[in-house]
Design a protein around this ligand. Structure first.
Ligand code: MN
Length: 323
């Protein structure tokens, strides 16, 4: 089925079911939540009598995007499941997709595995929120300012304000149309995403000061629980800081490894402005996009092994660039 037909098929499934459960990946980011809550709102705007549940663990930092609903086992019966922004089964939050009679995946990550009956995957889309916006415009669903706010936050978070490569003319066309149609005061939305407490800026300075940079252009920092405590930030915050280290002459790819005592794992966030890093991340049980990947590791030795591999792809990249 081609993509436009599949979007219309998704619409017909939404229309058919009185009860719809929408989830996304664990550890939600603004795109996961924005696409999830934006789609919920879009369905309810068109079909006010349907029951729509946006489920999964909440993330307090992103409360402004909207409220989540509680999942209960009854919802497995006679509900349609929609999974957003999640390429693999193990990262689906709160529900088991297999237990639903019909399920839909809508995702922009490179394909990992099939776990829904219908799968709409567009890895050229900047974000899941962009695909939801496209779904709205290609079907009888409607856009409102409330929906636009959620989708805009998802799109600018995943593209870093249209900075990343998977920002395409289509992204601009859809967003431009959305802003025109809803009068969205989009600059207002930046405050939610970019206003930060001073302690985080200080911590960012600490990372910039202490990051190890190899001669091949790989930069990394091991953030210990002690460092997190000293600056009073959590492991997830430290991981998200990885986006601040783009556009540095001496660095082609970089990573932040932060110790998370709560889950007794090390969260690794890896970014690149050239070398392909998701293959390397996959070797260590992680995954993600070509230039933005993540891993969860258990030991310091694993970090060191991963650093060696990432340094290698930087070396190869550097050599190609120089020739
Ligand atoms: Mn996403």
């Amino acid at each position: 089925m081609n993509n436009s037909r599949l979007l219309r098929k998704i619409y017909r499934l939404i229309r058919k079911y009185d009860r719809i459960v929408i989830t996304r990946h664990i550890g939600p980011d603004p795109d996961a939540l924005g696409s999830q809550l934006g789609l919920k709102e879009a369905i309810l705007t068109k079909f006010p009598n349907k029951q729509v549940y946006a489920v999964g663990a909440p993330a307090s930092t992103f409360r402004y995007i909207g409220q989540l609903d509680k999942f209960n086992e009854d919802l497995y019966n006679n509900s349609l499941l929609i999974v957003l922004d999640t390429p693999d089964l193990k990262r689906v939050d709160d529900v088991n997709p297999v237990k639903f009679k019909e399920s839909i995946k809508i995702d922009h990550h490179p394909f990992v595995e099939k776990f829904c009956k219908y799968e709409y995957i567009d890895d050229t889309a900047s974000s899941a929120s962009q695909i939801v916006l496209e779904l709205i415009y290609k079907t009888p669903l409607k856009i409102t300012t409330e929906i636009a706010k959620k989708l805009f936050v998802g799109i600018i978070a995943d593209t870093n304000r249209f900075l990343f490569k998977y920002t395409t003319p289509k992204t601009f066309t859809l967003v431009s149309k959305m802003i025109k149609d809803t009068n969205l005061d989009f600059t207002e939305e930046y405050n939610h995403l970019y206003l930060k407490p001073l302690k985080e800026k200080r911590f960012q300075g600490f990372i910039a000061d202490n990051m190890i940079v190899t001669e091949n252009g790989f930069g990394y920092m091991k953030v210990t629980d002690e460092m997190l405590k000293k600056y009073n930030v959590d492991a997830a915050t430290a991981g998200n800081m990885v986006n601040s280290f783009n556009y540095i002459n001496e660095i082609y790819a970089w990573a932040i490894f932060s110790e998370d005592k709560n889950i007794d794992l090390i969260r690794g966030s890896i970014r690149s402005r050239g070398p392909i890093i998701n293959d390397v991340a996959a070797q260590f049980g992680g995954g993600g996009h070509v230039f933005a990947s993540g891993v969860r590791l258990k030991t310091d030795e694993e970090i060191d092994k991963l650093v060696i591999e990432l340094d290698k792809v930087c070396k190869e990249y550097k050599e190609r660039e120089e020739n």
